[in-house]
Design a protein around this ligand. Sequence first.
Ligand code: ZN
Ligand code: ZN
Length: 179
Amino acid sequence: MIDQEKNRPTWNEYFMLMAKLASTRSTCLAFPVGAVIVKNRQVLATGYNGSPSGTAHCITQGFCYEGLSSCDASKSLPSRAVHAEANAIAQAAKHGISTDGATIYVTLEPCLTCLKLIISAGIQEVIYETDFNAGNTLLVRDAFIADNLVNLHQMTIRDELANNVASLLVQATSIVNNE
Ligand SMILES: [Zn+2]
Ligand SMILES: [Zn+2]
């Protein structure tokens, strides 16, 4: 018998895979980020980083501002992006969904602005894939954790599972398994 249990994502992997999928919709390309807010194993809202709803996408007009070589190339002009976590929280607010006591899965550790928003939105747990904070922002982040305002956990998706999911993406997914 094939070990199907090993190929099955854990709940954390399942929601992180969704966050990765959300990141593919990113339109501000400093780096793609995706976020999924979950409570009681139910998805409440998703988000990815991009310019505010209704404004020109960075990928359409040539990064955050025309003439730049990347979205974060300008030293003086601010990023136009709403971050993935903020967009997910805004989506929940727009649709009247409470985020109190929820968990957020995000492909990049939240910046301090997003982390403050996460705390104020009542989200208690952050599960992220890639490190972001360093220096002073790391000190503030750790002070929030020490004050029991939020928990943060870093995780990666197992290579074996990632490869399995990648193969599902390049071929039809629901092929009858006769083995
Ligand atoms: Zn941009
Ligand atoms: Zn942020």
